[in-house]
Ligand binder design. Structure first.
Ligand code: GTP
Ligand code: SPV
Ligand code: MN
Length: 606
């Protein structure tokens, strides 16, 4: 459990890698005076340091070593049961005015928030080691790449940051000694891991993040949602680029033509799986490669959008991962993997619901209790995760380190919708695509605390991650479109439509290649579609459905159907959502809704 562990004393030369930059030194000193740690550990990201920290973590029960034969160099961490997911209700954007944070964010006044956090951090690291973790987000030679420093009192955070970011010496070198250089300040303390003292606060104007009271994932790996998305989106608007909650994949046709696609699905809605897709047998010669599985930073060059993955590893949902659903993920997590909140088998291996083979007769569940197949509780937490280096991925794209990024041919939005949304449709143009993204909705998942399965609007899958006013974010999308002479085509997909008896209509996973092929063919202008009120939809004959099993022609019609009644409700709900944002939505998008409603009227008349 990530309860506070005592300070550690490293051997000489480990933990003394101080940067030259006076601004960093001053800031670390300031936090030291406040938090009063027993000692300071300056990380360099070396193998030697990593081995030392793993050994300490094993001694202090922060990690459990897994069976070296079954899961080489892999470890299990159990987080506090009160701390197993992102906490949106405790996440704040602290801009000078509430209007800058906008209607979708929790806002709190920066001055008051700093004082409250200072109060909580006062003496918080007494008896503990304070780690300073330098890291960069993005390939080393990208102009988009950002530098961050995270101070933390959690070894689990340090070990995870080493997987998830390019950590250590590389960041210190890149920063250099210029006291005015741009870098992100991140302060994290576990405190006493109590939800009553759990706050994830962002100060975009100061490029600062302070996170207290949690030891889990997106709350504490400050590189990820906090920097790469919340602060990132704020910087992106200011600097004219896009920071998005999107996977990036490469897809190569048998003829050898390659496209890159970025896709925004909300948390636990299929990004990692789509990014590692293995095409079905029928698609021999097609190849899908992964650039990123969660976050895309995109800039305009030559009138096109070019994307880089700022991360260095995958923090993926474990349950449901199997050799059937995602063989590439299974290969990626065979070794060097840090698991959080999965079950431990009696032979020191990991197990979770949905893993291949029969469940173990006995295991220790994610809380550390005995578990058998008869137990009522799940063995692995539904939001249990793996952290694994992206270099483990057998289908890692060769351009993942390319600083100029990969050119994006298509952007896909998608969500978990049991009705209304067809399998796939294409926007008429960028502005219409922006509307589709702005109004997308999805069922909530276990990735955040709170109810699961509740439909909510989640614009561009960024509802929990947009670090400024959502109206300005929509405006930024519209303006970006105007600067693109060769914009990506925009699509919407739904792998999760259900039949009347509550079963998924679409097999998903590898078979999503059938939809991806149509998308690529649309980009190349060589496949047809039906022009419906909501956009271009493939007719049955436009999709390659050969050798598709388990979907009847009737089910296929249902998957592609636009039900006018459901869409009347949907459009009303778009209107309600825009209204709830209190007047920040750009008029172009209001107009898009009117056009959509009008297209339905004229199609029923026709
Ligand atoms: P975050 O890491 O939270 O951002 O999640 P993600 O968007 O990367 O989602 P991920 O790929 O991990 O999938 C989440 C859940 O959706 C898993 O339980 C998957 O098994 C399931 N899933 C993914 N793709 C499909 C699909 O095509 N069809 C169905 N039915 N389920 C899917
Ligand atoms: C998400 O919730 O979208 C995640 C997991 O990718 S976390 O890093 O915890 O935010
Ligand atoms: Mn995510």
């Amino acid at each position: 459990m990530n309860n506070p562990a005592p300070a550690i004393s490293p051997p000489a030369r480990i933990g003394d890698h101080k940067p030259m930059n006076q601004a960093v030194l001053d800031w670390v000193h300031e936090v030291e005076l406040l938090a009063q740690p027993e000692n300071i550990f300056w990380c360099d990201g070396s193998e030697r340091e990593n081995e030392f920290l793993i050994a300490e973590s094993l001694k202090q029960n922060v990690l459990i070593k897994l069976n070296e034969k079954k899961a080489p160099r892999s470890y299990l961490h159990r987080s506090n049961p009160n701390d197993v997911a992102r906490v949106e209700q405790f996440t704040f954007i602290c801009t000078p005015t509430k209007a800058e944070a906008g209607p979708t964010n929790n806002w709190s006044e920066p001055g008051e928030t700093y004082s409250k956090l200072r109060g909580l951090l006062k003496g918080a690291m007494r008896g503990r080691t304070m780690f300073v973790v330098p890291y960069i987000m993005g390939p080393p030679d990208s102009s988009l790449t950002k530098i961050g420093f995270e101070i933390t009192d959690s070894k689990y955070v340090v070990l995870s940051m080493r997987i998830m970011t390019r950590m250590g010496e590389i960041a210190v070198k890149r920063l250099g000694s210029d006291p005015k250089a741009e870098w992100n300040r991140g302060v994290h303390s576990l405190l006493d891991v109590n939800p009553e003292r759990r706050f994830i606060c962002h100060f975009p104007q100061d490029n600062t993040i302070i996170s207290v009271g949690s030891g889990y994932g997106g709350n504490v790996l400050l590189s990820k949602k906090c920097l790469a998305l919340r602060i990132g989106s704020y910087l992106a608007r200011k600097q004219g680029w896009l920071a998005e909650h999107m996977l990036i994949l490469g897809v190569e046709s048998p003829a050898g033509k390659k496209h890159y696609v970025a896709a925004a699905f909300p948390s636990a809605c299929g990004k990692t799986n789509f990014a590692m897709l293995i095409p079905p047998k029928h698609f021999a010669g097609w190849n899908v490669t992964t650039v990123g599985d969660d976050i895309a930073w995109m800039q305009i060059r030559d009138g096109r959008l070019w994307a880089v993955n700022p991360e260095n590893g995958y923090f993926g949902v474990v349950p449901g991962t199997s050799c059937k659903s995602n063989p590439n993920a299974m290969k990626s997590i065979e070794r060097n993997t840090l698991y959080t909140n999965v079950a431990l088998t009696d032979d020191g291996d990991v197990w979770w619901e949905g893993k291949d083979g029969a469940p173990p007769k006995h295991a220790i569940d994610w809380r550390g209790n005995d578990w058998t197949p008869d137990s009522k509780e799940k063995a692995a937490h539904p939001n249990s995760r793996f952290a694994t280096p992206m270099r483990n991925n057998p289908v890692l794209d060769p351009h993942v380190e390319d600083g100029k990024g990969v050119p994006i041919s298509a952007i896909i939005f998608g969500g978990r919708r049991s009705d209304t949304m067809p399998l796939v449709f294409q926007a008429f143009d960028w502005e219409h695509g922006t509307y589709i993204g702005a109004t997308m909705a999805s069922e909530t998942t276990a990735a955040a605390t709170g109810a699961v399965g509740k439909i909510r609007r989640d614009p561009m899958a960024m509802l929990p991650f947009c670090g400024y006013n959502i109206g300005d974010y929509f405006r930024h999308w519209l303006e970006t479109g105007k600067r693109l002479t060769n914009p990506p085509l925009i699509f919407h997909v739904n792998w999760f439509r259900k039949s009347a008896d509550g079963k998924f209509l679409w097999p998903g996973f590898g078979d999503n290649m059938r939809v991806l092929e149509w998308i690529i063919d649309r980009c190349e202008g060589r496949v047809g579609a039906h022009e419906s009120a909501i956009g271009h939809i493939p007719r049955m004959q436009d999709l390659d459905l050969d050798e598709l099993t388990g979907v009847t022609p009737n089910q296929m019609r249902e998957l592609l159907n636009v039900n006018a009644e459901e869409w009347q409700k949907e459009i009303l709900d778009h209107a309600k959502f825009f209204e709830s944002l209190g007047g920040v939505v750009p008029p172009e998008l209001e107009k898009q809704r009117e056009n959509l409603a009008a297209r339905f009227k004229s199609s029923t008349r026709a």
